[in-house]
Design a protein around this ligand. Structure first.
Ligand code: ZN
Length: 141
């Protein structure tokens, strides 16, 4: 093994990509399918398709990112399509956080619908459901 391929090999060992298939259910047959692509590299956890995940959830990447940074207690940044967290966050923990986010900020607690949006009124935030019309108070993040 020459030096450059050895370096590439070591780099590869330090970079582990996992793809986690997950389905989160709304009302009836409606569900959202997410496949987070998570890379662990050095002391960082990179979610490669972060923007795509936020799009699938119908939320702004910045909002989802603030939630993840807050819940993990780790600083992070958005970088184009990716989100980069400092430190090592396990795949299971990230999947759990995406499910939590869905339950708290996407799924209507009244009818279970997923056609919702976040609206701001003064300093309050609400989850507004387009199906049943419910307006549920949510925390600001
Ligand atoms: Zn509803």
């Amino acid at each position: 093994m020459d030096l450059s391929s050895r370096e590439a090999y070591e780099k590869m060992l330090d970079r582990v990509l996992t793809k986690v298939q997950m389905n989160i259910a709304g009302r009836g047959e409606r569900s959202i399918s997410l496949t987070p692509e998570i890379v662990h590299e050095h002391r960082q956890t990179i979610i490669q398709n972060f923007k795509q995940l936020a799009d699938a959830l119908g939320r702004e990447p910045q909002h989802l990112a603030r939630f993840i940074f807050k819940e993990t207690g780790r600083p992070g940044t958005l970088d184009g399509e990716r989100a980069i967290l400092s430190g090592r966050v396990g795949d299971e923990e990230l999947v759990k956080l995406l499910q939590l986010y869905f339950r708290e900020f996407v799924k209507c607690p009244v009818c279970g619908g997923i056609d919702t949006k976040i609206i701001s009124e003064k300093r309050f935030r609400f989850l507004a459901c387009e199906i049943c019309g419910a307006k549920t108070s949510i925390r600001k993040i």
